[in-house]
Design a protein around this ligand. Structure first.
Ligand code: PLP
Length: 413
């Protein structure tokens, strides 16, 4: 069994351990934790000295694994942000102790657990804050939360107006909550035209003024996402929230990439499971959407949309084999796909395949896949499935692995 060395905490040599971690015969993702740390360092360089980074590790760390990523970036961050209560509690179960902020609304039934674990929810209505304060009082605690302000996204948050400012002022009277932070979120910071983002910053600053005249000063303020950090918008505050850039991807092609050098942390790798030649007129995959016009050598790869590899790359995507590009022929199936290797010499069954990442002179970026298939790079990362084990690297060495097949169902039936 893969990984038994780790899970049973047997004594084994480092080399044994590394070999076991790397033992895979279908598909795996390599996550380079050094790249993630370097990306944090790069972002730190561009931020004002006083601005602290928050590592956004929602959606299982954009598919990279929230817990190992959170541990790896610990020296660089003031805290972490996630999207749900479950994601926040998972970090706490793994002894991650810095502040954890939940960026989306949380059901009131979770308040008790959040208070016990000192997890910060975001709130923007009187009812939420009163409920949270009551729950904190029951626990005999004072619980911190962050206020969400809607400055243009129309997703969550209070309107930045006089009525909201009055409401916040009243909330400062609640006995068992602490208004620790206040934030807003940019809708278009990744676009070349910054007018709308500047408008959002202006609305946010105006709201902070409205609070100030009411004698309310909330200590922690934050609004920048990765695009804000890279293009230096809204970074003059207490925190900046780094998501996609931490993983080495730019939020879009319109940000000023030369300002922050990023390196992708994730590579997706597989092997050739079968080789064959097909003749002119032969069709490939479901629907026969590809028909060979001459003799071709094709390779079968055991990866498909069941792993989160986008089906919209059918007939459009490429993989790397022996440092060369091999185009996908016909439809991507649930568990397999076929690629053209006619132009690559000496390819054989068992050879390595790179679906994301570098092989010699060639590289496939997640952005390339998004462009080719008409998809979105964030989404491709988030969708990388549980069939793909993640292998973690530090200083060039495999240091750990997450294999979701090792998660056990217990006695519910
Ligand atoms: C997801 C999210 C972020 C991170 O966005 P990136 O573009 O990945 O940097 C920051 N803030 C909020 C509120 C978010 O929902």
């Amino acid at each position: 069994m893969q990984g038994d060395c780790l899970s049973r905490r047997m004594k084994c040599t480092d080399m044994d351990k590394e070999r076991k971690l790397q033992e895979h015969h279908r598909v795996y993702a390599e996550v380079d934790l050094d790249a993630i740390r370097e990306n944090m360092q790069e972002m730190k360089k561009t931020l004002p000295l006083k601005t602290r980074l928050i590592g956004v590790v929602k959606a299982d760390g954009y598919g990279h694994g929230a817990v190992p990523v959170a541990r790896a970036i610990d020296p660089f961050v003031a805290g972490y942000a996630v999207a749900t209560a479950e994601e926040a509690l998972l970090l706490r179960r793994h002894k991650i102790e810095k502040p954890v902020l939940i960026l989306g609304p949380v059901h009131e039934s979770r308040y008790g657990e959040l208070i016990a674990q000192e997890i910060r929810p975001v709130m923007f209505s009187r009812e939420e804050m009163e409920g949270f304060s009551r729950e904190a009082a029951k626990a005999g605690k004072k619980a911190a939360l962050h206020l969400a302000v809607d400055t243009g996204m129309s997703r969550i948050g209070m309107k930045p107006d006089e009525a909201s400012a009055d409401m916040v002022q009243e909330m400062t009277e609640l006995p068992s909550i602490v208004l620790e932070g206040i934030f807003t979120h940019f809708a278009t910071a990744d676009e070349a035209d910054k007018a709308k983002t500047e408008k959002q910053i202006e609305r946010f600053s105006h709201f902070l003024e409205l609070l100030k005249v009411r004698g309310v000063d909330i200590p922690v303020k934050h609004c920048a996402n990765s695009a804000g950090i890279i293009d230096r918008l809204g970074t003059e505050l207490t925190w900046a929230r780094a998501g996609i850039a931490m993983y080495g991807l730019y939020p879009s092609d319109e940000v000023k990439k030369e300002q922050v050098r990023l390196r992708p942390a994730l590579a997706l790798k597989s092997y050739i499971t079968w080789m064959k030649t097909i003749e002119a007129g032969d069709e490939v995959s479901y629907g026969g959407t590809y028909r060979a016009d001459e003799r071709k050598t094709i390779a079968t790869i055991p990866v498909g949309y069941g792993d989160g590899y986008p089906r919209n790359l059918s007939g459009k995507g490429e993989v790397l084999i022996c440092g060369k590009r091999a185009p996908i022929l016909g439809r991507v199936c649930m568990d397999q796909m076929m690629v053209d290797v006619s132009h690559i010499g000496g390819v054989k069954k068992g050879d390595a395949v790179t679906l994301i990442g570098r092989d010699k002179e060639e590289e496939i970026l997640v952005e390339d896949l998004a462009r080719a298939g008409g998809g979105f790079h964030y989404e491709i990362l988030c969708n990388l499935g549980k069939r793909i084990p993640r292998i973690y690297y530090l200083q060039g060495k495999a240091v750990g692995k997450k294999d979701y097949f090792e998660d056990l169902y217990t006695d519910f039936l």
